[in-house]
Unconditional design. Structure first.
Length: 412
């Protein structure tokens, strides 16, 4: 076991204790890893420190904003290094939880550090692997992310083993809409772990962020990062999600075009590959249609492309933002007849236009069901989850010890 200690104080004593446990230990300046990770130019210090980090199994740092940074977490995720943050206050513990790293008290002992590098026991999958539900909709903001988040919360009401993944490579917004940090590890980190063959259930649990009974894997925080979500990585990461949670809800982007024929580099990355990979891995697709003339037209055209991409995978259609103002009298009947005639869809569910509820959810950065559980939209989404989504296979609930943040020692 190789441990890199970067503490402002007490690093020498901890290093000696680790050596007594037969661990290989390196001690560096307290802020050197964070500074090296944040340097844009590869200076001598950056090269030396990052090389040391890449050879470590565990990095011990102070839980302060200048020592534990987003750049440092990204570098450690890339090298497969686990971070243990020593917390001197509740603020430090909250910082560690935000980045999804292991938190410990200031009186941490060597055995706790070494145990942090041992993968946690996985949840038994005797009842079979989990299912994947992908939420898709055409361009024009039909409400994909709102539906995906609300649906995950409703499914967690019936079964607490639910994960929520943001695989949108065009306009990822799940983290912002529910008020969780998007700087820390998430689904991009899981995809990077796939490329090294290091993604496990325990690693998914470590990088996920809890949102009530739902564990969230946030998406990319900058559009330019879309190449990180390649087809092969997303497919493999989704497969690991099946062993992680009994139900995984995936929010994807709208475009379904394949651009291999219009580019010269046939082996290069494709921006829509993440969406196509998630859809092709899905057990069920929830297709969201906006209830207005433009939204219905886009949905009918996109539905044919969706069917071509997923084959015989079941599709449940949710007509969102239903109101008479955009379609006239009896809006539901008009949408139903249109989808039956032009898309061959005979079964569908409706959710009303509920601007007050969705605005309240955005204002408070909460899922709709939590912001206003008795609102018309929340009730319609609950009915959709009960009627359109089959119940998962019966399996024991995950133990409490499997939750994401497990402190190595209690705060005094």
């Amino acid at each position: 076991m190789r441990v890199l200690v970067a503490l402002a104080s007490g690093g020498g004593a901890l290093a000696e204790a680790l050596r007594l446990e037969d661990a290989g230990v390196n001690v560096v300046a307290a802020r050197a890893p964070a500074e090296a990770a944040g340097e844009a130019v590869a200076g001598p210090l950056a090269v030396q420190v990052l090389a040391t980090v890449s050879r470590a199994d565990v990095l011990v740092v102070d839980a302060t904003r200048d020592a534990l940074t987003a750049d440092l977490v990204a570098v450690c995720d890339r090298f497969g290094v686990r971070i243990v943050a020593v917390c001197a206050s509740n603020g430090g513990r909250r910082l560690a939880e935000m980045f999804g790293v292991t938190a410990c008290a200031t009186d941490v002992v060597a055995g706790d550090i070494l145990n942090s590098a041992v993968p946690a026991a996985t949840v038994s999958t005797d009842a079979g692997r989990g299912r994947v539900i992908v939420v898709w909709g055409p361009a024009g903001a039909p409400g994909r992310t709102t539906v995906a988040t609300g649906l995950a919360m409703e499914l967690a009401r019936l079964d607490p083993s639910v994960g929520l993944v943001d695989a949108d490579t065009h306009a990822a917004s799940l983290a912002l809409s529910v008020g969780i940090a998007d700087e820390g590890p998430g689904f991009p980190a899981a995809c990077r772990q796939v490329s090294r063959g290091a993604l496990t259930v325990a690693e998914l649990q470590r990088i996920a962020t809890p949102l009530g009974d739902v564990d969230v894997l946030a998406g990319i925080n900058r559009p330019a990062r879309w190449p990180e979500l390649s087809h092969e990585r997303v497919t493999a990461a989704v497969e690991v999600c099946r062993d992680w949670r009994r139900t995984t809800v995936v929010d994807v982007a709208a475009p379904l075009e394949r651009d291999e024929e219009i580019v010269s580099d046939l082996d290069g990355p494709r921006r829509n590959a993440a969406t196509l990979a998630a859809l092709q891995s899905a057990d069920l697709v929830v297709a969201v249609c906006a209830a207005d003339p433009v939204g219905v037209s886009r949905f009918v055209r996109g539905h044919a492309e969706l069917r071509a991409a997923i084959g015989a995978t079941p599709v449940r259609v949710l007509v969102n933002k239903t109101r008479s103002g955009a379609l006239g009298i009896d809006a539901r009947t008009q949408v139903r007849r249109t989808l039956e005639r032009f898309a061959g869809i005979s079964e569908m569910w409706f959710a009303p236009w509920d601007q007050k509820t969705t605005d309240a959810a955005l204002l408070t950065a909460q899922p709709v069901g939590r912001a206003s559980g008795r609102s018309p939209f929340a009730v319609a989404l609950r009915r959709f989850a009960d009627e359109a989504i089959p119940s998962p296979r019966a399996a024991p609930a995950p133990p409490a010890s499997d939750r994401r943040v497990r402190s190595l020692a209690r705060t005094a």
